[in-house]
Write a protein that binds this ligand. Structure first.
Ligand code: HEC
Ligand code: HEC
Ligand code: HEC
Ligand code: HEC
Length: 408
């Protein structure tokens, strides 16, 4: 497939070069006067809807003008612009725009009438520039999305004439084109395939990346899982969590020692607890009242919100004895090392259902270990925690708690 795409584009490149009339920059400047109303006198447009043309590859500009003229690329604004242009005109304006420096920042000022007109209905999704950068550089083989930088170059500066520069292009224009490739109203074999596999959220991420590539220039790219649903859940959860704030803090960092921090706790674990407060398998009179009216969807969303908040450090004082016990357990007393399930950083293991205990309030940790020991809390699968807590003496608990609440 890759081979096919590349050989196809290779042919197009050559055909293009063979038929392109050599352009004249000076002549092009005169002919481009009519374009400046939208694309800017310097090829840098003031509005998000009008692409920057400065510094774009001449071959690419010519190809697009021909496509607008022939109707292969459909745009009601550009069609009448291109229809009167001869091949020589196209070559000249293309040479002119290609000769201009693409210097302007791309971040939308948002204050022009035009840019307001094209702003899409507010979506709840918060675009993620880092996710955009990651997809741009890594692509996603599992969905046949090629690495964009392979064709469009590092940060959108392409070295291949047939591939348009994307650097310093308006983010909204990039998004519009990706949607057009996705719904095939703009046709290009490779781009239809890649954009077709992208979600709307990923297209928004790509726009956010190009809105300010400098802002994330030093961020290392990584595989980002498609998090669209999570993110909507987080936003919905934030609203629904308002009633929890008085005890657990608006961001899940509780200001009162007896109430647990929820920030950074694994979402699956939180949801499990909420369900169990509701069905009574974890007993607490205060929380039972809080969850009575929550649906499963509410629980999932609230949990998603708290799990994405940053935990601040707990109120313990640290303990070397506690550290030893946490990492090594105590074979003589039959105490299993906590690290096995709660992890090196105390962040737990989401998939296995082991909660984070790092940065947790000391009083809350003490209470839970005591609850497990007395088996007044019995919602741990296979008595996992009850069996361990049984073996902990008062002193062990104190030292463990001092240590755990300072982990981060
Ligand atoms: C009335 C406003 C307007 C005028 C005047 C105008 N354009 Fe455009 N142009 C647009 C819009 C809007 C688009 C984006 C179309 C789309 O979304 O696909 C565009 C797209 C383009 C593109 C494609 C850019 C890319 O990155 O793919 C080229 C090339 C172009 N115009 C060249 C010109 C030239 C040359 C002139 C003058 C002869 C001109 N335009 C006059 C509005 C205008
Ligand atoms: C195999 C090479 C290739 C890869 C990989 C590729 N593109 Fe493209 N892209 C192209 C070509 C060729 C065009 C121009 C199509 C045309 O002539 O209309 C284009 C056009 C575009 C445009 C429109 C630019 C404009 O000025 O109108 C955008 C936006 C874009 N690509 C984004 C991406 C993104 C995002 C990715 C990664 C997910 C990507 N491309 C991967 C070849 C590629
Ligand atoms: C009036 C104070 C109060 C309010 C309001 C409150 N909680 Fe709690 N929450 C508590 C207390 C006290 C506990 C500890 C219960 C225990 O000891 O088992 C707790 C425990 C929890 C736990 C278990 C944490 C863990 O680490 O196992 C979760 C999850 C939780 N609350 C979520 C919520 C959510 C969601 C809301 C809002 C819908 C909420 N709480 C509202 C007091 C409150
Ligand atoms: C075999 C795995 C395992 C080991 C080892 C383990 N835990 Fe746990 N721990 C769990 C699980 C599972 C839960 C959550 C139970 C539930 O679903 O409510 C838990 C819950 C807790 C909680 C309550 C967290 C909260 O937010 O309410 C504390 C505190 C805790 N463990 C402390 C410890 C300490 C201290 C040790 C070492 C002495 C330890 N655990 C060892 C599996 C383990």
């Amino acid at each position: 497939m890759k081979k096919l795409i590349f050989s196809l584009l290779f042919v197009i490149t050559h055909v293009n070069i063979a038929i392109a009339a050599p352009g004249d920059v000076a002549a092009g400047k005169g002919k481009a006067a009519m374009c400046s109303a939208c694309h800017g006198a310097s090829g840098i447009s003031a509005a998000e809807a009008y692409p920057n043309l400065a510094g774009q590859h001449a071959d690419y500009i010519t190809k697009q003008l021909k496509a607008f003229k022939s109707g292969d690329r459909k745009d009601p604004v550009m069609a009448p612009m291109a229809v009167g242009l001869s091949e020589q005109d196209m070559a000249d304006v293309a040479a002119y725009f290609a000769s201009l420096p693409r210097t302007a920042p791309t971040a939308s000022t948002g204050d022009s009438a035009t840019s307001k007109a094209v702003v899409q209905a507010p979506v709840k999704y918060v675009a993620n520039a880092i996710a955009g950068k990651s997809l741009y550089e890594l692509g996603d083989e599992s969905r046949n999305i090629g690495s964009c930088s392979g064709c469009h170059g590092k940060e959108g500066n392409s070295n291949v004439l047939i591939y348009p520069n994307l650097a310093k292009q308006h983010a909204q224009y990039i998004e519009k084109q990706l949607h057009a490739f996705k719904d095939k109203s703009r046709t290009n074999f490779a781009m239809n395939q890649f954009a077709g596999a992208m979600t709307d959220e990923e297209i928004a991420d790509m726009g956010a990346y190009f809105a300010d590539t400098k802002a994330v220039a030093n961020v290392k790219v990584r595989r980002v899982k498609a998090a669209a649903l999570d993110t909507e859940a987080v936003i919905a959860g934030k609203e629904k969590s308002a009633v929890c704030a008085s005890c657990h803090g608006a961001d899940g960092n509780s200001l009162v020692a007896m109430y647990p921090n929820l920030a950074g706790q694994s979402a699956d674990y939180l949801t499990k607890q909420l369900k169990e407060f509701k069905n009574g398998s974890r007993k607490d009179p205060v929380m039972a009242g809080m969850v009575a009216a929550l649906s499963e969807q509410d629980m999932i969303e609230i949990s998603a919100y708290f799990s994405t908040q940053k935990a601040s450090v707990g109120n313990g004082s640290g303990s070397e004895i506690g550290r030893q016990l946490y990492f090594n357990g105590n074979t003589a007393k039959g105490i299993t090392a906590c690290v096995a399930c709660h992890g090196v950083n105390g962040k737990g293991m989401e998939k296995a259902g082991f909660p984070a205990i790092a940065s947790q309030n000391a009083a809350y940790l003490t209470a839970q270990l005591s609850n497990f020991k007395k088996a007044t809390r019995g919602n741990d699968r296979n008595s996992m925690m009850r069996n361990i807590a049984k073996k902990l003496k008062k002193n062990d608990v104190e030292e463990l708690v001092k240590f755990m609440s300072t982990m981060k």
